[in-house]
Design a protein around this ligand. Structure first.
Ligand SMILES: *Cc1c(COP(=O)(O)O)cnc(C)c1O
Length: 389
């Protein structure tokens, strides 16, 4: 992490090369945010005026990227057991206007990439044009379906790298692909449209990184929780941009990734196996040790899942959180909205069909997955997590 303080200029390229190697892709390209990466990918794929299929329950910035690139999201409901899109509904949602599908592997649970490939092939044959498949791996770095990395399926994969993700470069996003032509187009697009950030941004990021560095390394996560809940410092970055009912991107969405961010990302990549193992241990730990309470539904333990989050559904969330808070246990919410029911998206799609998504937006709580040992110690004392998705 200390390397972050003295980043070298080629750090971004190094980060891309290492990222591609770690996740078994031929190419990787770095962006300032996951959403900017996705938006650029639509440009590189030359998708506009089209419908793009995505889950109703996911991070809202995905829908923003679709709208801001001149396309229309088509929401598909999720299934309750693994929080991923119902693929039968995906098959039904495909029309002649569909040009892409965002295959999200939510909370680290792998979606059935084989069944999706069959559905897409059938639709391509029927409509006679390409339908791009983009894996949203923001929650599922290294998730596997039947032993295969989900990020290698389809045409490209998106990774989010903000502080709530499995690996962080503080902010940032990455696209991986094995398609050389697509890679070249995306790279040209990025290099033509993304500019070098102002110098002061490096200073701000540096301060931010130092706070996070302390939090991650000294187990003083409560400080971050305090910063997030009681001050406006993190709000500006974490909360504000999601839930303000406007379809927009942050002002710096067309900045290049900073070398300093890439250096943090590189340091994090080295820890990836350890991070993944800790998350798996935490999930197994909870599964074994969390006392069952009436109506509480624990998430699945599943081969190949990466457990970016450990999400429990509870019938009366507010009451449950208040009760736990009285006992000194602070539970977190994760994605507290169903996109088709949000003000900005209601006019597109009333959300009436996304029953499970709506239900999850009301019932889910997130337990921290900061690693087995930390969690084991704190589980009955203090449970906290970030609200970003
Ligand atoms: C975080 C996230 C992204 C990308 O988010 P950015 O904040 O733009 O980096 C995309 N999809 C999902 C499911 C996410 O959680």
């Amino acid at each position: 992490m200390l390397a972050a303080i003295t980043p070298d200029k080629s750090a971004v390229e190094k980060f891309e090369v290492e990222f591609a190697r770690t996740f078994e892709a031929k190419y990787a390209l770095a962006f300032p945010y996951g959403r900017s990466a996705l938006w650029s990918l639509f440009k590189a794929m030359d998708i506009h005026g089209a419908e793009i299929i995505m889950p109703a329950y996911t991070c809202v910035v995905v829908a923003h990227a679709i709208v801001l690139s001149g396309n229309t999201p088509r929401f598909v409901d999720i299934m309750l057991h693994d929080y991923n899109m119902d693929l039968n509904q995906v098959a039904e949602a495909i029309t002649r206007k569909t040009r892409a599908i965002i295959a999200t592997h939510l909370f680290g649970y792998p979606l059935d990439i084989d069944r999706l490939a069959e559905i897409v092939q059938e639709a391509e044959d029927r409509f006679g044009h390409k339908i791009w498949v983009i894996q949203d791996c923001a929650h599922s770095f290294g998730a596997k379906w039947k032993g295969r990395q989900v990020c290698r399926a389809g045409n490209a994969a998106l990774f989010g790298l903000n502080i709530s993700k499995m690996i962080t470069s503080i902010f940032g996003g990455m696209i991986t692909t094995n398609d050389k032509v697509l890679y070249e187009k995306l790279k040209d697009y990025r290099n033509a449209h993304f500019k070098k950030p102002r110098f002061s941004k490096t200073i701000y990021r540096l301060l931010y990184i130092m706070a996070i560095y302390l939090a991650f390394n000294e187990s003083i996560y409560p400080l971050i929780y305090w910063l997030q809940e009681k001050t406006l410092i993190l709000n500006r970055w974490i909360k504000a941009y999601h839930l303000d009912d406007r379809i927009h991107f942050p002002p710096d969405h067309l900045d290049r990734m900073l070398p300093i961010e890439a250096s943090v990302g590189l340091a994090q990549l080295k820890k990836y196996p350890e991070i993944l193992n800790k998350r798996k241990e935490a999930a197994v730990f909870y599964d074994k040790n969390l006392h069952s309470r009436e109506g509480w539904i624990k998430p699945l333990l599943l081969d190949g899942a990466t457990y970016s989050h450990y999400v429990v559904r509870v019938p009366k969330r507010k009451k449950a959180m208040q009760e736990m808070a009285k006992k000194g246990i602070q539970l977190g919410r994760v994605i507290e909205y169903s996109i088709p029911n949000m003000a900005a998206y209601k006019s597109l799609d009333g959300g009436a069909h996304a029953i499970n998504s709506l239900r999850c937006s009301i019932e889910t709580i997130n337990l921290p997955t900061w690693g087995g040992e930390f969690v084991a110690k704190k589980v009955n004392k203090l449970l906290i997590t970030t609200k970003a998705c």
